[in-house]
Design a protein around this ligand. Structure first.
Ligand code: SAM
Length: 394
């Protein structure tokens, strides 16, 4: 990138690319199919857990969670789930904001599980990889009660690679599923447009979606030699080792460095030097930070002058409603409880909205920040578009 260009100029190229080359009809169809499948699974849970009858006595998510015998923080998952059902269906109404919301059941919802084979069939016609998105949803529905009631740490273990049996499930969900891989592809495009040589530090790299897409893009563009070092980090040694085994040989020897990094702890104490990195990158990892603004400040200290962060993230919208993947993510007690809330940039757990990211960037002190693609450019073409790249300059 020409250093005299600012983000808004590059945003235009990125948006044009996203519209013309990234989002095809399959993405749009699959996003809709996934949304329908989520509701079918939620209705199944609603019926199986007898939520209709329980809500006649327990009107809030907190009360419902107690009635179900769920863990202390389970209401944080139940609330957006019920809100989503109330927004999409007439069998339940919601009245009020946040956890004060009162849910009023109108009637028992119909069992829609007979529609799932048809949804799966249509998804499969888009290509086998698309089935991974439904498999992950199914995994979430199957383990919902286990995580919420019987084994509170189960999903935390799955999401940090400590459940051997489900390693492949998570790998497919983060790499094979095209609706998810799109985050890595978008992030890599932003990296290609903004990277100006030097080292890249990836946070929460997990199963390697970011590393693979970034280095493949730079390799294909004949620019891999510009990468002094790609420092791949995660809190999970298991993920680091698996990703190293899978991907290291694909890139020139010594391009990658593998390092444990807990983004919630002091980075210098974890051998991350200050002021030396050109770019900090994350795919659906930045929202994991307990304190969003402090995390961004840590990024600023780690970057060289003029250094850039690129966070490819699912964006929360509508605000109070459960996003498709949250049927799984909200089963993690870390996801429900760790984030330190703030009304201006962190009103909820898990994913942030576009405006929250931008406010957090401003408070952290970045000199320039933006969200790509352009806000309204895809609203007619792909209204359900859920993936964005947050870019910010030191
Ligand atoms: C949603 S996953 C994203 C993984 C990967 N970037 C991808 O898109 O496939 C979040 C990742 O953050 C990691 N993680 C969780 N807590 C963390 C922490 N405190 N510090 C660093 N990474 C963390 C998890 O191990 C996991 O790999």
């Amino acid at each position: 990138m020409d250093k005299s260009e600012n983000f808004s100029t590059t945003r235009h190229s990125f948006t044009t690319w996203a519209k013309n080359q990234l989002f095809d009809n399959d993405h749009r169809v699959a996003t809709k199919l996934l949304d329908s499948a989520v509701d079918v699974h939620l209705i199944n849970l609603y019926r199986d857990l007898d939520i209709h009858n329980k809500l006649t006595k327990a009107a809030t998510a907190v009360q419902l969670s107690e009635a179900l015998g769920f863990s202390d923080s389970a209401h944080i998952a139940l609330q957006p789930m019920l809100k989503r059902l109330a927004n999409h269906h007439s069998f339940i109404d919601a009245d009020g904001p946040g956890l004060d919301c009162q849910f009023k059941p109108n009637q028992q919802p119909d069992d829609l599980s007979h529609t799932l084979p048809g949804i799966t069939d249509r998804m499969g016609k888009l290509g086998n990889d698309y089935l991974a998105t439904l498999e992950f949803l199914n995994f979430g529905a199957t383990h919902f009660v286990r995580s919420m009631r019987d084994d509170h740490e189960f999903m935390d273990r799955v999401l940090t690679g400590q459940e051997k049996e489900f390693e492949e499930t998570w790998h497919r969900a983060t790499n094979t599923d095209p609706l998810q891989d799109i985050h890595g592809i978008m992030g890599a495009k932003a990296v290609e447009l903004l990277f100006d040589g030097g080292s890249i530090l990836e946070v929460g790299g997990g199963t390697g979606n970011g590393l693979r897409n970034n280095l493949d893009a730079l390799l294909n563009a004949g620019r891999i030699a510009e990468v002094e070092k790609y420092i791949f980090t995660d809190v999970s040694m298991q993920f680091i080792l698996n990703t190293k085994r899978e991907l290291a040989a694909r890139y020139p020897k010594d391009t990658c460095k593998w390092q444990l990094l807990n983004i919630n702890k002091d980075w210098t104490e974890q051998r991350v030097p200050k002021g030396e990195v050109s770019m900090i990158y994350g795919v659906n990892a930045a929202h994991i930070a307990m304190h969003t603004v402090d995390f961004m400040k840590e990024c600023i200290e780690t970057l060289k002058p003029g250094g850039i962060v690129v966070f490819s993230e699912r964006i929360r919208r509508p605000l109070e409603e459960m996003a498709p993947r949250e049927i799984v993510l909200n089963q993690s007690s870390y996801h429900r409880t760790a984030a330190i809330r703030h009304p201006e940039y962190r009103p909820q757990h898990a994913y942030l909205a576009r405006e929250h990211w931008l406010r957090a960037c401003e408070l952290a002190g970045f000199s320039e920040y933006d969200s790509w693609p352009h806000e309204s450019s895809l609203s007619d073409y792909f209204p359900e578009q859920y993936a964005r790249v947050i870019v910010a300059r030191k």
